[in-house]
Every structure is written in structure tokens, then in C-alpha cells.
Design a binder for this molecule. Sequence first.
Ligand code: BGC
Length: 746
Amino acid sequence: MFLKNRIKTCCLFGLASIMWLSVFSQRKTIDQKVDSVLKLMTLEEKIGQMNQYTGDWAATGPITKDGNKQSQIRKGLIGSMLNIKGVDHTRTLQEVAMQSRLKIPLLFGQDVIHGYRTIFPVPLGEAASWDLAAIELSARIAATEASASGIHWTFAPMVDIARDPRWGRVMEGAGEDPYLGSLIARARVTGFQGKGLGNINSVMACAKHFAAYGAAVGGRDYNSVDMSLRQLYETYLPPFKAAAEAGAATFMNSFNDINGIPATGNKYIQRDILKGQWNFKGFVVSDWGSIGEMIQHGYVKDNYEAALSAANAGSDMDMESRSYINHLAKLVKEGKVKMSVVDDAVRRILRKKFEMGLFDDPYRFCNETREKAEWNNPEHLTVARDIAKKSIVLLKNEKQLLPVSKQTKSVALIGPFVKAVSDHNGFWSYDWPDDTARIVTLWDGVKSKLGTDAKMLYAKGCNINDSNRTGFQQAVDAATAADIVILSVGEARDMSGEAKSRSNLHLPGVQEELIQAVVATGKPVVVLISAGRPLVFNWTADHVPAILYTWWLGTEAGNAIADVLFGDYNPSGKLPITFPRTEGQVPIYYNHYNTGRPARNDSDKLYRSAYIDLSIYPKFPFGYGLSYSKFEYSNLSVSKTSLKGNEPLKVSVTVTNTGSFDGEEVVQLYIRDLVGSVVRPVKELKGFQKLMIKKGESKTVTFTVTTNDLKFYNDALKYDWEAGEFEIMAGTNSTDVLSKKINWAK
Ligand code: BGC
């Protein structure tokens, strides 16, 4: 059977290559080749290239079944498919495409969000590492595995800024900050695309969701977005711009409307900003069904109007709404959509197919041997463990309870995450048949550190999200019988992610009650929290001596957590998003404006911008994270206090490790523009350096600030800096900073 397929494939490929060889007989540029193909295409075939369907194997959205997809591929009516995993499936469909008149290869897209087979921490967790090289490497490996599995294109990175943890998709991005988010966007695009499209282990990146999807009102998924253009440019667009500059091959538009115009039908966003101002040469795919959803938005009457609006606005490919395939030809014939609009979209799509080398060999990503080898590459697990331990954030460590000694005689492992498997992978990860064996549980991770000498006790205590307390007693008994308790709680895999908005951010179910019951035993307790978003856990934060935020860490979760628990890795993660005290503070973010009546502290409430019943401060601020080392900041100094024009400013700060462990620290630089023609945030991250400082050692960290770092969008959307006074701040997080003022004249 296999041999028969191979022979068939070779013949079909032979035909395709002979055909394309004659089309490209002379040496031509990709654009010329694209034009040669375009000339041969009928209108229907062109529109086919703009049409994308899901395979029915593993849908990631509502499917419309509308006939035999294979026969449509054969007619040249489909340009791309998603959710087709594995070399055998992609080969089968590519073979069908090779039976079409023009033999234009299909593009296979997939949500490879935080790993493909080897699962890495969820993107928000990885962002907590502030380690751009590690983030790039994780995307690189995801691309290597996915491309070996027949996939050409990942719908990642999601670069949406998210300031509202109720929104379930915060897990998919890099958090709340445009500066950090832009650097991470670049790292991920570079990681996915590797040395460039056309390399066998590169996949096309897709910056999504364009734009402002993360600002959905109330944190409710798919909801509207209403914001000033200035806010859009200043906060939400920078990571997209960074992705475009890093060469992202594609963009995906978003489900939301922006100020009343759905992003999918938004010409200003797609044509004027992306393809115009940013000169983006790739193509834009719609989000799942988002062209058709403009009907529900109340923006268009039917799919005919939806196709008209989306095509003219610059959505090049229709994911799953069938508006283009059913209506675009008519719209072109009626002159409502110009042929040049269709040609531009098709050119963009064909160009990527050429760049990927698919016209040279449509099966170049269909190599079973490579697929097997990459799936079993042990190096990928090493990298996954490395980034997972770097993603963990130490929130609290009273009396240096952590790290736990490997000589500990007895440990009670309590909680629903101790033996959890797929919950560690989190949302946007796929179930593979042998996952249970691959994912390292907390239990196994701890066991590999303690060996057989220590007694390990286990009690699940409760489930993640129900009200059953019958396991509490067993948990209390286990705690009582042990020297130390490791209590692992969190959100189940499907509690953060798409369509997983939550109005209640508290630790779900009775997990916090379980923590209370266990703490009441008087035993030392370490709490681990696994989740895709910031949760609220005030009692725990106030009463438990040691807390690690472990996100959803992926395949190597148990090993990575154990590395940190037992001190083989000194935690270095810093929160990429503010943790609220309670839902009532949301949205809460560090780079807010000062207001005309800022509260000076929590007793300063009268006619102040404050809550009468709640602190104004977050539970844990942006950039926060402890280490087993202790870092002290001193000697913040600036090279000059008065500057003029484009001369650079040097800012230095000394960081001393006064603790008893070597450790890494993320030194953060913030700037505040004290007076602006539009009000400026109380601080903005403008630089950071992650460095190792040995115990007892001091290091001086120097940042160079230029006028570029002072720029912002003014009221006329002009991006420039203004002369005046600035506060320069450096510190271990966004709250605890040393500061100096300087003057910068034009
Ligand atoms: C999501 C996208 C995803 C697409 C394809 C949509 O529902 O919003 O992020 O890439 O489905 O799975």
C-alpha cells in the first residue's frame, strides 16, 4: 500500500514538475513565476487559492460540511487546508491537488501555538522567562516538528496585548506590555521561520489576531473593541509591527470589530496600516469564519456582502466561511470587486507557495523518516525542560522554605495536579496517542529527585473544579505524616484558551479550601499553581510561605518543577502580566496613566482615583518574580542629567547578589515622560537584561537610552518625542525601582 502510494506520488509529482519546469524554463524571479501562473488561471481557480477549509480530522472551530473536499481540491477550488496533521494525511491531499488542472500545491496550516509534539509552556508562561533566545528556540523546535509532519504554516504567534485576565486567550500571548510583547513577537517569528522560508524545517508564521482582539470589552471572547486610534497605535499595534518587520509571512485578522468596523472588513487596518504603512508583502488570512460573521456583527446583510467587504478591505484568504468561493466570482463579474484585488491576493498567496519551495516539490514536507526522527528527538525534550524551568515564577518564599532539600525524608504531594497529565499541556495542544507516557507528571519529576530513600505520600484532595471535599481528610492525613507538603493546584486545560473567558478568576472549585485545610496541619507547605492566566488566590498568597506559579508547562512540566523545587534551577521568571487582587480591579496594568487625582496610597481614598472597598495595588505587579538569591539594587546613575538632541544617555545600576545562591536576575528599565502633549503612562518598560550574578557578586548593568525610546504617538498620530523632563527608573520589577530625573532638550 505504502509503495503504491509512493509510486503514485512520484508520477504525480513528475507531471507537476514537468509542467512547472516548462512554465519556468528561463531563470525567473519569484514574482515573474507568480505572474506566469496567474496568467494561466481562470477566475474560479484564482478564487480557489483564496479559499481555505479545515480537514475534518480535528476541527478548531464550527465546521460547515459542504460536500466532498477532495473533489473541490481536484477542481482547483481550495488553496489551503488547516487541521491536516501528519505526513500521510498531507500527502494524500497534496496528491489530490496534483490532479487539478494547474497542479498548484496546497498549503497546510495548523495552530502550532506552543509546540507540536513536544509541548512547551503556554506562550504567557514562556514570556515569563524574559529569555528571548529560549523563546525563539522553542518556536524553532515547534517548527521543526511541525514541518516534519507535513505542515507549512503555523497560526502563531498570537501577539495580542492583553490587559484583562478574564479573557481566556491571555495564555496565548506575551502579556500586557507592548515593548516585551514586540521583542517576543520578533523572537517567535524568527523561531518559526528559521533561516527563511524554503528551508525544510521552516514554517510560515502568522501574526494574529489583527487587531486589538485582546481588548475585547469585559474580557469576553469575540467581543467588541472600542478604543482611540492613539491607544491602538501605542499599545496594541507594536507587536504586530515587530512581527511584520521580522518578516512574518502571514497575518490573521480578528473576530472583533474595532470602533464599529469588524477587523475582517476593516480596510484601514488591513490595507492602510498593514499593507500600506508597513509595506507587508505576505497575505492575510481571515480568522475562522470571520468573513461570514460580519453578518452577525450586523455589518453586512449576507455572505455576498461579506465577501465584498472582506476582499476590498484586504482579507486575502477566507478561512472556512465559504463567502469567497460562493460569491467572489459574481462580485468580480459585476465589477464590485476589481480583478486587481483578486490578483493581488492570489499573487501574495502564490508567492508564499513559491517561497516555501512547494512548486519545486509539493511533497518536500512529506517525509515519514524525518517525521519519525523529529518526533523522537530527545534534544527537544531537553529544550522543553529548560524553557519550562525558566518560565516558573517564584511568588513567595518565606524563611527560605525553598529549595527543598533532596535529603528530605518524607514529602506529601497533594492536589489535583500531582498526577495530572494533559492538564500540564494546556489549551492549544494536541492529544497524541502516547501522550500519557510522554508528559512528565509532578509525581515523576519529584520522584526522580528524591530517589527511593524518601517517603512520598500522595493525596489528590479534590478535583480541579467541583465542590467535592471528600478527599480533604486523606490530604490532611498525608500532610500530617510528612515533613513537607507540596500542594499542586490550578486551572484545568480547558479553562483558559479560546472561548474560555472567565468572570471569576479565583482558584477554581474547592482548591483554596484544600490549601487551608492542609496549612492548618502546621506543616510547611509549598503551593504550585498551574494555569493559563493570572488567578486570584489571596488567602494562599497571604498564608502559605512558598508559592511557585507554574503556568501550564508542557511535556516536561514535572521535571522542570522539580528542578526548581529542589534547587537544581534557581527560579528567574518575572510576571509578564499584572496579577489582580480580585476581579473588580480588572483591567489593571502597570503602564496606566496617572489621572488628575491619583491616590498616594491605600488610605488616600477621598475624592481620589481609588476603590473605597479595595486596594489600588495589584497582588503581584508586572515584572515581579523572586529568586532563591537576593538581589539588591544601588547606584542608579545617568551619564548626564541634561541632554540635547540625539545624544544617547547611559543608565547604570549596580545589582548585588546578597543571597547564598548564584542566580539570574532580570534587571528592568522603565521611563516616564513627565509632561506630554498627550498624557503619558506612569512608567513604560524600555529595556531589560537577564544576567547571572554569583552569590556575593555585584554587577553593574548599563542601558543605552536614545530619543527613539522616548517616542510616542501624539494626538495627530505622529510618532515622535517631546523635549522635557523624564524619570528614569531601574529595578527588579515595575514597582520596586530606583529613580533619577533628567532633562532632554530638542
Ligand atoms: C482562532 C484562531 C485559530 C483558528 C484556526 C480560530 O477560532 O481564533 O486563533 O488560528 O481558529 O484554528
